[in-house]
Design a protein around this ligand. Structure first.
Ligand code: TEU
Ligand code: CA
Length: 558
């Protein structure tokens, strides 16, 4: 099958979480000038696009995902002039900038909400979702808010009504049933595109349309349900996204990715169809759920590799020629992949980080690298009072304080899964605070910066950084990595992830050992003595012995 070629299919995206990336002025908080100072580093790595987590004005209840002004820069991150300089320099280095578009909700400090709150007659009232109390019920429905404790409905005393917030109460949901909201959002997007930004990562975009009957969900505990299955992918989302495409995006050459939890490949095909354009790709979550447990993601169980292979392969197979995948192990909401799916011990950290990179980058889709992943950065272990993330703190409160879970049990889950694992300061060097800041960092820098840092890796040909650089480079020279068809081999093997990629003239054989065990598996005859595209040990053993966390890719012409 001949797939349609596109630059965003061939690109590699690097995600920056600005608060934790690089502090230029010693106030302990990462900022835009810090990013600008590291663009050469990113150009050297070879990435094509930066996904910039929110940099807009925000009271920081959720580190910028609560936006008070979509068209102003957060004070602690710098000024609009700083932004323009960053954008210009990025472009001059051939790097595009993809902005975070958070339009399911705003901050309660946003001017629209400040107006909306003034009462039912205010012209902005219907920018948000307000409901009168329902006779005989505590809340208008039973949805529990995403961050830990309580209902999604917040009481407003003056107007005797509730407003909806799927996330924190300081993050009221916008009302997409109101066409004025569309015009506001589209105008704002257009102004950013006119400034020269190159696309949008759309936060929880499949939640923006709510079923107007606000149906109850299935109860998780005696009071609240999980709203996700009820709210995600309401059919109107597609109408809204097509409208967004036709009124804004089609006039620009953009990259777009929608964050779409609880979405099947069936629905993803609609979002990412090449004929009726909505989005270029989505972030699906199936592989992020392979190590869930009875408390959802709050669990410290290691995944079963067969589940991971099944989750990844389902998407590889079903979107082939029908839509487009994004590929990620990490982002600002997930623990560090080397600690989660690899092995962060001194012995195996580097080799397993390279293995994970190989496994992901050889698949079909646009790969995303999250800051520090290219160095093999790891999880951290803190006391509960040292965490900053609202989700971690609220969930601890809910499970331990309200529901009585053993605190030690909850801390095990937090150490394994907290979003703060991804939010420690970027480890630039062996200097104080890993070179992230010369001041007092807003959040812990992982003390292992003395041995894991960029300065020691950029010029070391055997580093995780150099390996990622090679993976990114290989993509440019091997179209089969981008467009080839994927086929999973040995689906039931518990240790090895083996697959091929095939196009008209080339085939790749990808083998990854996800364990510290030695195994044997003969190299298929067709790949004997063929080119080794990349390998995390010297070269594959001729006798078929596979070493701990070994990964290699063989290439042959057809
Ligand atoms: O995340 C939405 C989302 O799916 C998360 O709440 C997720 O359930 C949780 O982090 C566990 O994985 C987006 C942003 O990526 C996140 O940082 C924001 O907090 C959230 O939306 C609200 O804007
Ligand atoms: Ca700063």
């Amino acid at each position: 099958m001949d797939l349609i070629k596109a630059w965003w299919k061939e690109a590699v995206v690097y995600q920056i979480y600005p608060k934790s990336f690089c502090d230029s002025n010693g106030d302990g908080i990462g900022d835009l000038n810090g990013i600008t100072s590291k663009l050469e580093y990113l150009a050297d790595l070879g990435i094509n696009v930066i996904w910039l987590s929110p940099i807009y004005k925000s009271p920081n209840v959720d580190n910028g995902y609560d936006i008070a002004d979509y068209e102003a820069i957060m004070d602690s991150f710098g000024t609009m002039e700083d932004f323009d300089r960053m954008l210009e320099k990025a472009h001059s280095l051939g790097i595009k900038i993809m902005m975070d578009l958070v339009v399911n909700h705003t901050s309660d400090q946003h001017r629209w909400f400040q107006e909306s709150k003034k009462g039912p007659d205010n012209p902005y009232r219907d920018y948000y979702i307000w409901k009168k109390p329902v006779e005989g019920r505590k809340y208008p429905n039973n949805w529990g808010a995403s961050f830990g404790a309580g209902s999604v409905w917040e009481w407003d005393e003056p107007s005797q009504m509730y407003y909806l917030h799927l996330f924190a109460k300081e993050m009221p949901d916008l009302n997409w049933a109101n066409p004025k909201v569309h015009e506001e959002v589209f105008g704002m997007m257009r102004r950013w595109l006119e400034k020269g930004v190159d696309g949008f990562r759309m936060d929880v975009i499949n939640l923006i349309s709510k079923d107007p009957t606000f149906p109850d969900g299935e109860l998780l505990n005696h009071e609240y349900s999980d709203f996700y299955p009820v709210v995600t992918n309401h059919p109107e989302v597609h109408t809204y996204l097509r409208e967004m495409y036709n009124k804004v995006l089609k006039d620009y050459d953009t990259i777009t990715v929608g964050e779409c939890c609880c979405t099947s490949p069936e629905v993803a095909k609609i979002y990412t169809s090449e004929t009726e354009r909505e989005l270029n790709m989505i972030f699906q979550f199936d592989h992020m759920g392979v190590d869930n447990g009875p408390h959802g993601r709050w669990c410290d169980r290691r995944m079963d590799l067969r589940d991971l292979k099944a989750a990844m392969s389902k998407w590889q197979d079903e979107l082939y020629g029908q839509g487009w995948n994004s590929l990620y192990w990490n982002n600002h909401d997930q623990p560090r992949c080397v600690s989660r799916f690899g092995n962060d011990s001194d012995e195996y950290r580097e080799i397993s980080a390279k293995m994970l990179g190989t496994c992901l980058h050889m698949m079909q889709g646009t790969p995303y690298v999250y800051q520090g992943e290219e160095l093999g950065m790891t999880n951290i272990c803190l006391d509960i009072n040292e965490y900053e993330d609202i989700e971690t703190l609220d969930t601890y409160y809910q499970y331990v304080t309200v529901e009585g879970m053993d605190p030690e049990e909850m801390m095990r889950y937090i150490h394994y899964k907290s979003r703060d694992n991804a939010r420690t300061g970027m480890q630039w060097s062996a200097e104080k605070n890993g070179g992230f800041t010369s001041g007092t960092p807003w959040f812990t820098v992982n003390p292992n910066y003395t041995k894991i840092n960029a300065a020691s890796q950029v010029n070391d040909p055997n580093s995780v950084f150099s390996y990622y650089k090679k993976l990114i480079h290989l993509r440019k020279e091997n179209p089969v990595m981008v467009y080839g068809k994927y086929e999973l081999l040995l689906p039931e093997d518990e240790d090895l992830y083996v697959y091929t990629r095939t196009d008209d003239d080339t085939q790749l054989y990808v083998l990854c050992n996800f364990t510290d065990k030695e195994r044997t598996l003969a190299i298929p005859d067709a790949f004997r003595d063929t080119e080794v595209l990349i390998a995390n040990y010297d070269a594959p053993n001729a006798d078929g012995t596979i070493r701990p966390y070994e990964a290699f890719v063989l290439k042959r012409s057809l």
